[in-house]
Design a protein around this ligand. Structure first.
Ligand code: MG
Length: 345
């Protein structure tokens, strides 16, 4: 099995405002795995707050390389996924990138789509929310206009001007909103007050109102909240999901947090058993990693897979956004292809 990779930066169409700062790009590493005449692609997306970087992903891949070179398709997909996890602690996005590439490779070797190969329910093209980046409030009408095709808007709150932002959006759009506070409301009474204020403004759910470790306060808020509360920063992997039962109404599942499709399905099964709501979300990702996440849409209460729509240099083709829905291509595997600009080495 031959492993190669390509560090890259996805550049935002608009600077991306969050409760903890503004960004203009997200670094990613694209991964290529070749074996027995088949090629699989993967992607690790690296928002700085998760602590991974081009350097850390490349270091992890260089550790995986000598191991993978000794393997071929007969090694078995499940074995390889497990062995890769043993190479190092953490490195969740790096592991996710390899997990995605392995799924793409093995599915293609059987001429199946990834969801078919894994025995998942057939993906459903659902409305995805799309993030309106908040900077200059005067640009809000233009930004709403730009995403006219989409039926659910997502807004990042957690700043001084939260109510002003919502009121401005509501002057120009009555579409359902998803609110992400990104841990920006520091105190439980304030968080509940904000959720109550949002509750008659056609908001579907509120993501990560409080700092990620405040689970007791979060349980207090959720018990009183008129809107579903969704854990994002509080939950990366299955063991985190087990800790937040009772503290949140549901989970925002992201492949980059959870190490890939293998762990994602375990979290999905757990959510189903515990009656937790499920949002399938993403980091800033190209069509490559988004196609992997879109394999899971049958299980989602909500879908937030807008990554490629926010960037101006998506180097993979495959998925399409039609009338606000994410649609997978008809090709086997993930169904994506890189453009010729990507140089893997
Ligand atoms: Mg979030």
């Amino acid at each position: 099995m031959k492993l190669s990779y390509c560090p890259y930066s996805l550049e935002f169409k608009h600077p991306f405002g969050l409760a903890y700062g503004t960004r203009t790009k997200t670094d990613v590493v694209f991964i290529k795995l070749e074996s027995d005449g088949f090629v699989g692609y993967g992607e690790s997306s690296l928002p700085p707050y998760l602590g991974e970087s081009h350097e850390s992903v490349i270091a992890f891949l260089n550790k995986a390389k000598p191991f993978l070179e000794k393997q071929d398709l007969s090694s078995g997909h499940g074995n390889l996924t497990i062995e890769i996890h043993k190479l190092a602690e953490n490195n969740n996005a790096a592991k996710a990138g390899l997990d995605i590439a392995l799924h793409d490779l093995y599915s293609k070797s059987q001429d199946k789509k990834v969801w078919e190969y894994l025995g998942f329910e057939k993906p459903v093209a659902k409305n995805t929310s799309v993030t309106i980046s908040i900077g200059d409030l005067n640009l809000i009408p233009q930004k709403i206009e730009e995403v006219n095709d989409f039926h659910i808007l997502k807004v990042k709150l957690g700043s001084e001007s939260d109510k002003e932002i919502i009121e401005t959006i509501r002057k120009y759009s009555d579409k359902p909103l998803v609110v992400d506070a990104n841990q920006g409301w520091k105190e439980k009474n304030f968080a509940l007050e904000m959720i109550n204020w949002l509750s008659d403004k056609n908001v579907l759910f509120v993501e990560q109102p409080l700092p990620k470790e405040n689970l007791d306060d979060m349980a207090w808020v959720t018990e009183r909240s008129p809107l579903p509360t969704i854990a994002d920063e509080s939950v990366k992997v299955l063991s985190d999901a087990e800790r937040v039962v009772g503290a949140f109404s549901g989970i925002n599942l992201k492949l980059m947090k959870c190490t890939g499709l293998h762990e994602a399905k375990r979290i999905i099964d757990f959510c189903k058993a515990k009656k937790l709501k499920l949002n399938v979300g993403c980091m800033t990702e190209s069509s490559c990693a988004i196609s992997a996440a879109a394999q899971l849409t049958a299980y989602a209460d909500w879908v937030d897979l807008d990554g490629p729509t926010l960037v101006k240099n998506n180097p993979f083709s495959g998925i399409e956004y039609k009338n606000g829905k994410v649609e997978l291509s008809d090709l086997p595997g993930l169904g994506v292809l890189p453009n010729s600009e990507l140089q893997f080495s």
